[in-house]
Design a protein around this ligand. Sequence first.
Ligand code: HPA
Length: 270
Amino acid sequence: MMDYRNTAGWLSNRLPQKPESAIILGTGLSDMAEAFPLIMTIPYTDIPGFVNSTAPSHKGNLILAEMAGKAVLFLQGRFHFYEGHSMEQVVFPTRVLAAMGVKNLIVTNAAGSLRKELPPGSIVQLIDHINFMGRNPLVGHNDEDLGERFPSLNQLYDPQHRELCDQIALRHGINTFKGVYLAVSGPSLETKAECAAFAMWGADLVGMSTVPEVIAARHAGLRVLAYSIVTNYSNLFHEEAHSQDEIRHHAAIAGKQLQTILSDFIALQD
Ligand code: HPA
């Protein structure tokens, strides 16, 4: 395994500007990176230590773009545990960001809904999560350069950043929700019984990503903000399997609104 510090140095030498914020783009949200003036694109395949993303509609590029007058790094595609990558590989890009001096991490994903009140197309700000992946990315030797052995995950999703985004959404008349995200390893989808259990535990959304990255980000002292786009009702509410086309359709529409919120949020960062 490559050292994340070497990759951070490699990237810092190539990028013409130093980004303060990074945005991980989830399933169906890749296009957001292309909505802003491009500064530089680096394919993941060129980046030492990055594995290649095999997930559908994940493009696999690191993109530096100018968003609201600031240089922002977009991770167009992420590495999932279900692809067979180790947790260390899944969180490697997050650690690279931390070592590059990135301060704010914004994480996005596509998720299934466990609540009738959160239909497909909903934009949901994460207020907390349940790690049901059966793994924690911090297991193993603790790298003291990154953070402490037992990091607190209290208020993991930054309350100030959340509040700021609520105000922005209100100003634009964009309806957003709040929810608890439960992460499963996948790749099989949840059974009806699992969905019923998750909903009873207090989860509102279910997905196969995000939790490893936000844990690694908090460990490394980054401020975290995260949004899910609901792409489908979970198994709890329907009998047929949902299609990948349906997932992409909802992600594209809500993705545009999320882009508006995040762009204003970036504009307000110093
Ligand atoms: N379950 C798990 N992951 C998902 C779903 C789902 O229903 N939708 C999008 N990602």
